[in-house]
Design a protein around this ligand. Structure first.
Ligand code: FMN
Length: 177
């Protein structure tokens, strides 16, 4: 059975959709469901949260200002630590919140820094209503040489609910891994 990595960025904090402060972010909740399902199915799975070197503000408005600026400048924000033994994984789930109809720029840093040749890459994201926009295509394009699998997008609000967890389980079941 393949070695699976579930790596994700999740800012959490004040969520404009849920209208509350999330200690654990929506994407982290989705990642948790993916990991739980994979474990149930007997997969060898590791979870890794990409942490920004410079934390994002808690406030939604301030986060939006920073994210908009980073995107306008096409920045590549640094993250604190990289995945140990990245090359050992055959299947990689890549998760993130939709920011400004795009991936957060820190995900570009991550995608451009790794070699995905021969790996199965499966994107997932949470959003406030926009869906994945064009980001699954971007992930497939950036993960050069990988075999893209079907991604899954879910509203951040749903990701926090048992019904969302059920949908994640159903999606993971359909994957060819
Ligand atoms: C800076 C910023 C930009 C966002 N831009 C979008 C967007 O363009 N479309 C959308 O549907 N939701 C957008 N959202 C909402 C988030 O995608 C959503 O709340 C997500 O679930 C947050 O995930 P997290 O808790 O893992 O950080 C944005 C949120 C933030 C903080």
């Amino acid at each position: 059975m393949s070695k699976v990595l579930v790596c994700f960025f999740s800012a959490g904090g004040e969520d404009v959709v849920a209208g509350e402060k999330n200690e654990v972010g929506n994407t982290a909740m989705m990642a948790d469901a993916i990991v739980a399902k994979l474990k149930e199915d007997g997969h060898d799975v590791t979870s890794f949260q990409i942490m920004p070197k410079e934390p994002y503000p808690d406030s939604y408005d301030q986060k939006l200002v920073k994210a908009t600026e980073e995107r306008a400048m096409q920045e590549r924000p640094e993250y604190a630590e990289d995945v140990p033994g990245f090359d050992d994984y055959d299947t990689i789930f890549i998760g993130y919140p939709i920011w400004c109809s795009d991936l957060p720029m820190i995900m570009y840093t991550f995608l451009e820094r790794h070699v995905f040749t021969g790996k199965i890459v499966i994107p997932f994201c949470t959003h406030g209503g926009s869906g994945e926009v064009d980001t699954f295509r971007v992930v497939a394009e950036k993960a050069v040489g990988s075999a893209p699998e079907q991604g899954f997008a879910m509203s951040g609000e749903l990701a926090r609910q048992p019904g969302g967890r059920k949908q994640v389980y159903y999606w993971v079941d359909q994957l060819a891994i």
